[in-house]
Design a protein. Structure first.
Length: 450
């Protein structure tokens, strides 16, 4: 899917970044043995050093995904950086087979790129292209499927058509019999020319498959179901003929995370328990998922998804911003700024004009400093504490009908205490008792009133 894919790219003439295989798929090392692990690390470091290159790249595992099993290596000529990157991948994957180094693209240009995904059904390339935006850990955040006539927003038409031809050639050469996803990076090089470099292929259906599946309909008007088509391809049934969808030219697959993004693309995940979703029903959301339960910090940070359809890019941005403003996950625990950040993304001028690259999703955004406080936050953080502990610590709640015995006793004690206190002498009390004059009382009153 990755090393084999890149070799097939070279065979059919499809562009792919330079790479060096550090370990083949059938190479296994006992990583629980410190000596064996160190020998493995040293071997990988030597293979990287032998490239005699300082061009930045990535150490990747063919078994990785969702940002896991990938480590940035900014300077392959630096042993310390190489060791750190290699050890990160080995720790995350807990296996040593299928590791390779891949050179980063557009390192001589501005470093920006758009990630394009093409789905290949058997040997047939599906309609449309899917573009991906992710965070600093290469975890996907937003995927947007565009019909063929809208892809020019991010790449020239001739390059897009070439990418589809290359994808079909790769599928034929590799004998693809499934619904595969081929990923490539589109960028402007230092000469200002557009390039595309294929990086990997996933032969399993992607979580974001609906961002392309909903762009097509069969003869009866039914949507494409990727998992069903996967089984049909594996059983030898050829890909069917699908027509363009009549109600969707743009499909957004947005992922729900619970955390606080920053401008560098890092997301500080927050703890809590998910109860579900809240907000009004929206007709342009054909699919939504939010898995209830405790948020795990050891598994995939994706908690759910939302799929939004539209007939144009601008309409998609409008609907996405409305969705993230109105729909929210119900979570008992810490609040997060994720929904507000996503709202800011889809309302930002750069993103709406297609100028936000895949690797700078949060770079130019107005990041909220604090999460919004919802009614649930107030109930949880203030009302619940008052009900349990009272306004004063240790007082607790009074379950009897008002006025409760405790309130009656407090009022009785106060009345008794006040009755025992001598009245304070004032010009008015002196006038009332006949020991002072009216004029003295009025003069004191006027002085008091200023």
């Amino acid at each position: 899917e990755k090393i084999g894919f890149k070799r097939i790219c070279a065979d059919v003439g499809a562009p792919t970044p330079a790479f060096v295989v550090l370990s083949e798929e059938d190479t296994f090392v006992d990583l629980t043995n410190p000596q064996a692990k160190e020998a493995c690390v040293q071997g990988f470091m030597k293979a990287v050093a032998d490239m005699k290159s300082s061009n930045p790249g990535l150490i990747k595992s063919i078994h990785g995904g969702g940002g896991k099993g990938t480590a940035h290596l900014d300077d392959p000529s630096c042993p310390e950086q190489t060791r750190a990157a290699v050890e990160k991948v080995l720790v995350e994957m807990n296996r040593s087979d299928g590791i390779y180094f891949e050179q980063k693209v557009n390192t001589k240009g501005d470093g920006r790129f758009y990630q394009l995904e093409l789905e290949v059904d058997g040997h047939e390339v599906a309609q449309g292209g899917r573009f991906v935006w992710f965070n600093s850990r290469l975890q996907k955040v937003v995927e947007i499927g565009l019909s063929d006539d809208l892809v020019e927003m991010f790449m020239p038409r001739d390059l897009y058509q070439n990418s589809r031809k290359w994808a079909a050639d790769i599928a034929i050469k590799g004998g693809n019999n499934t619904r595969a996803t081929m990923e490539g990076l589109v960028f402007k090089n230092e000469k200002g020319e557009f390039e595309l470099q294929f990086i990997e292929c996933n032969r399993r259906p992607q979580v974001e498959n609906e961002a392309l599946a909903l762009l097509q309909r069969d003869a009866k008007g039914n949507r494409r179901y990727t998992f069903a088509e996967l089984i049909m391809r594996a059983s030898g049934v050829p890909a069917p003929v699908f027509a363009d969808s009549t109600d969707a030219k743009v499909v957004l697959h947005a992922r729900w995370l619970h955390g606080n993004p920053d401008s560098n693309g890092n997301i500080a995940y927050q703890a809590g328990d998910i109860l579900g979703m809240s907000g009004p029903r929206l007709d342009y959301v054909p699919a939504e998922l939010m898995a209830p339960g405790e948020i795990s910090f050891t598994s995939d940070p994706q908690l759910g998804k939302a799929v939004i359809i539209a007939d144009s890019w601008d309409a998609m941005c409008d609907r996405a911003s409305e969705y993230f403003r109105l729909r929210k996950p119900k979570i008992i625990g810490s609040s997060s700024t994720y929904a507000q950040t996503m709202y800011n993304l889809f309302t930002s001028k750069d993103f709406r004009e297609g100028k936000t690259a895949s690797n700078e999703t949060f770079k130019k955004l107005d990041i909220p400093a604090h999460p919004e406080r919802s009614i649930m936050n107030v109930l949880q953080d203030q009302v619940a504490l008052t009900m349990v502990k009272g306004y004063r610590k240790g007082e607790g709640i009074d379950a009897d009908r008002f006025p409760t015995p405790r309130v009656v006793k407090a009022m009785t004690d106060l009345h008794h205490a006040l009755a025992q206190e001598p009245p304070r002498a004032t010009p008015f009390t002196a006038f009332a008792r006949g020991t002072g004059t009216y004029e003295d009382y009025v003069a004191a009153l006027r002085e008091q009133l200023g």
